[in-house]
Design a protein around this ligand. Structure first.
Ligand code: ATP
Length: 855
């Protein structure tokens, strides 16, 4: 069927539907038939593939091959044990990767789009994935079109179809059938296509295709959306591959030295490959994903929905937070506290022109129990009208003035206008920002005094709305701003307050100590904005308030010089937000920007972290964002920044731990033959350490609480290396120390001809790592200060690993498998004591870090 050519009746018949939409039952059966309305971007890897992929690692394959050869040549138990450990390793890798995939999937689900649909004759909101052909869908400005739709009823609808046609100017839509059979996508003006953006107006239409059958679904390359690899993951993967070469080189040398020392070549081969498997941190990228994804999960609980995983990582680097005022820094609970009725006439019985404007110029809906829903500014005005006119009498009279046309409010014009039948004439009512209303008055003589009054109020933090009207004889030909919003008569002013959010004040205080600048960007009057900014503590002396007009007149250089000092931008249009973001970025700032409207999308995209509003935000702004605030609250942004810093800290600790351990293993094995000692450990010992001592406590580091000074230090530079801030140094020296202690143990035990020397070496290296993990829980605070029990998962993991380690040494079965011997109490005591050396050294390192630096 040619959808744009056919009449609506034919389409309804073809799809067995009607203006009232489908019933739930028929929708359900269609959904099972055609499948969910989703684009298949990337098939999720089936668990089995994830599991098998774990064995794809080249080193693992080499290890298994070597184990088989060694087994054939000598001891088969060795081969078996290595196989078991490799499988266990694969299981751990699988669990981690699977968890990461699941977390990503869950994130996608909660950030899914919704659509307004007619089902069973009434209007419901459903996840867009549940739409089926035949559904009647309502569209309005700010929506992302949820499926391919033939439009049935159009009111000033314009759609940005650039995703499909490349055309960036929004297309004007119509609901009439088109005569031509052959039409390019852009010319099918009675159709709306999935994933395009509604910029103006509203419409109703019938779904004709969903999911992969839609136009966008058929464009293959759109579906291959790049994977969300975060900068950190990328750097880690690069680093990992470079490190692999180094480790391999060391292992080759190690093998060569052993060979020259007349060690058994097969055994040496196995040992060096085990060492390579243990020392190459192949799991790090996956572990970073898990850390980021679980951070994203925690953030949802705090009302911040992460749309791009990279945001979790980069949140900690934010240096500037640009925030809307209304609803984000304030409560969005407006109340009219001042008013001035300047009407020159009474329009209808007992109601002045001002009151008529109050009662007519809004889009507030009242439920049966007199609960209002809509724009809080308008709700405040309506409530104010009802206060002036309690009882229903005036409402009935007002209702007679039927609305015949309107020009909805937008942040560019800062005006809203309605047109009503007024006996045999027409009444135009208008409200908006004072400057905007003054600009369209017929009589300019009072302009200055009105402006003065408004500015006076604005200085007390009051938002002033001005009202104007006119009566015209004829219905104006075209309904647009140029035609209607001119030559009006002033009617009065209403001033309202919107109290700031208490929690915003606290959050701004935190930002200050954390080196993050907070900037307010608002459409409101500069005096009102400055008042609120002072109240929440974000504007102090010497900092600037700039208006949109001033901004327009500033050259790029001039603005560049001032931008870091500006704390409030007032009366700005959404377009100017983009300039603010770009200028801050040109000063090397890392910017977070909030927005809710269609016009905010470009600035949200350009910002390093675009933040959309979950409650008041449009779909378009949400699509463009990296993070959505489910409660529209400024404090939530700061919570997210905190969480971002916390996660990054924990990732760094994790890397510190793993790399130090791996370093120690390499040093121990590599240096022993060079100082004339026997090869310290067997392949299974190394694999065991890699699997158990490295793995469990390392994971539990992720549960470490935030550092107390986390919000007292400046933001991290985005290009900062993961090894910055002394971590690289720590890895080097602690790794060497750990190896030194282990080799010292070996030297002493071998020279004293202790029969259990190898088990002692095994014990000291394993336990030193456990000591190390306890030591690095905090970067600066001592373990005693933190308290042993403040990270219970880690304490549990350490104790559990300790018990396993003791088991490996004392259980007769384990003795056979791991070729260990039970230690005497004396040997055990010595081993534990030596293992504490690393912990003590790390505590001393932190002591130095804590000492105030002398100037
Ligand atoms: P934010 O701080 O989030 O930018 P804002 O409400 O101050 O919010 P806009 O919504 O762009 O910013 O509003 C700009 C100005 O337009 C307001 O200061 C007010 O004077 C006027 N205004 C706001 N809402 C309406 C409305 N519904 N009808 C007419 N004028 C309005």
């Amino acid at each position: 069927m040619n959808w744009w050519q056919s009449s609506l009746q034919d389409i309804f018949k073809n799809l067995s539907t009607s203006q009232q939409g489908l019933t739930d039952d028929s929708a359900k059966s269609r959904l099972t038939e055609v499948g969910p309305n989703e684009l298949i971007e990337k098939k999720r890897k089936p668990p089995l593939t994830i599991f098998l992929n774990q064995f794809k690692d080249f080193m693992i394959v080499v290890l298994l091959a070597a184990a088989v050869i060694a087994g054939i040549a000598g001891d088969l138990t060795d081969t078996l044990i290595i196989a078991v450990i490799v499988v266990l390793n694969a299981i751990v890798g699988f669990v981690q990767e699977n968890k990461a995939e699941e977390a990503m999937e869950a994130l996608k689900k909660i950030s899914a789009l919704h659509a307004q649909v007619r089902r069973n004759g009434s209007r419901v909101t459903l996840p867009a994935a549940e739409l089926v052909p035949g559904d009647m869908v309502e569209l309005e400005a700010g929506n992302v079109v949820p499926a391919d739709i033939r439009l049935a009823e159009v009111h000033g609808l314009r759609i940005n179809e650039s995703a499909l046609t490349g055309e960036s100017v929004p297309a004007e839509k119509s609901d009439r059938a088109l005569p031509e059979a052959e039409l390019s996508l852009g010319d099918r003006i009675n159709m709306a296509y999935k994933s395009t953006l509604v910029t103006n107006g509203r419409a109703v239409g019938v779904v004709i295709a969903t999911g992969m059958s839609t136009e966008i679904g058929s464009i293959a390359k759109m579906l291959q959306q790049g994977e969300d690899v975060t900068p950190l993951q990328k750097r880690m993967a690069d680093f990992g591959s470079k490190l692999s070469y180094l480790v391999l080189l060391i292992c080759v040398v190690f093998f060569g030295v052993g060979y020259l020392m007349d060690e058994d070549p097969l055994n040496m081969l196995l040992t060096s490959i085990s060492l390579a498997v243990a020392a190459i941190p192949e799991a790090l990228p996956a572990l970073i994903t898990v850390a980021l994804a679980s951070g994203a999960k925690r953030l949802v609980k705090k009302n911040a929905l992460i749309r791009k995983l990279s945001a979790v990582e980069t949140l900690g680097s934010v240096t500037f937070i640009c925030s809307d005022k209304t609803g984000t820094l304030t409560q969005n609970k407006m109340k009219v506290v001042r008013s001035e009725d300047d009407s020159a006439e009474t329009l209808i019985d007992g109601l002045s022109a001002f009151e008529c404007c109050l009662a007519l110029n809004h889009d507030v809906k009242a439920s049966a129990d007199k609960k209002f829903t809509g724009d809080p500014t308008e709700i405040a005005l309506i409530e104010f009208f009802h206060e002036r006119h309690p009882g229903g009498g005036s409402e009935k009279r007002i209702a007679q003035l039927e609305r015949v046309a309107e020009l909805p409010f937008d942040s560019e014009r800062k005006l809203m206008t309605t047109l009503h039948k007024f006996n045999d004439r027409f009444l135009v009512t208008c409200k908006g920002a004072v400057e905007s209303v003054i600009a369209i008055l017929a009589d300019q003589t009072k302009a200055a005094s009105i402006l003065d009054k408004a500015t006076e109020s604005a200085k007390d933090g009051i938002r002033v709305i001005a009202f104007a009207y006119k009566v015209v004889d004829h219905f104006p030909g075209t309904i647009n701003s140029e035609n209607i919003e001119r030559g009006l008569v002033f009617a009065g002013l209403a001033g309202m307050i919107d109290p700031p959010r208490e929690e915003a004040k606290v959050a701004i205080g935190e930002c200050k100590t954390a080196g993050i600048k907070v900037v307010m960007i608002t459409g409101d009057h500069p005096a009102t904005a400055a008042y609120v900014a002072r109240q929440v503590g974000m504007l102090s002396d010497g900092e600037l308030v700039v208006t949109g007009k001033e901004l327009q007149q500033m050259s790029d250089d001039e603005f560049g010089e001032k931008v870091e000092k500006v704390r409030v931008y007032a009366r700005v249009s959404p377009e100017q937000k983009l300039r603010i973001v770009k200028t801050l970025q040109s000063k090397k700032h890392f910017v977070s920007m909030t927005g809710d409207g269609v016009n905010d999308a470009p600035s949200l995209k350009a910002a390093n972290i675009g933040v959309a509003m979950g409650i008041t935000g449009t779909d378009v702004s949400k699509e463009a964002s990296d993070m959505v605030l489910l409660d529209d609250n400024f404090a939530t942004i700061v919570k997210a920044v905190k969480e971002g810093r916390h996660i990054y800290d924990n990732i760094r600790k994790f890397v510190k731990y793993i790399m130090t351990c791996n370093g120690a293993e390499i040093w121990t094995m590599f240096l022993a033959p060079l100082v004339g000692l026997p090869i310290p450990l067997l392949p299974i010992h190394i694999l065991w350490i890699n699997l158990v001592t490295d793995g469990l406590p390392g994971l539990a580091l992720g549960s470490e609480a935030a550092e107390p000074d986390m919000m007292k230090r400046p933001p991290r530079k985005t290009n900062e290396s993961l090894f910055a801030g002394g971590i690289g140094f720590h890895i080097a020296w602690v790794g060497l120390l750990m190896a030194g202690v282990t080799l010292g143990t070996e030297a002493w035990a071998v020279h004293s001809q202790m029969p259990h020397w190898q088990t002692m070496v095994f014990m000291v290296l394993s336990l030193s790592q456990l000591g190390h993990v306890m030591g690095i829980r905090s970067d600066r605070q001592s373990l005693f200060r933190l308290g042993l029990f403040s990270n219970k998962p880690l304490l549990g993991a350490v104790l559990f690993t300790f018990i396993l380690q003791v088991g490996v040494i004392y259980l007769p079965v384990a003795n056979k498998i791991f070729k260990t011997q039970p230690l005497t109490i004396y040997e055990l005591f010595i081993s534990i004591a030596l293992s504490l050396v690393v912990l003590v050294a790390v505590e001393i390192e932190k002591l130095f870090k804590r000492r105030p630096v002398a100037h």
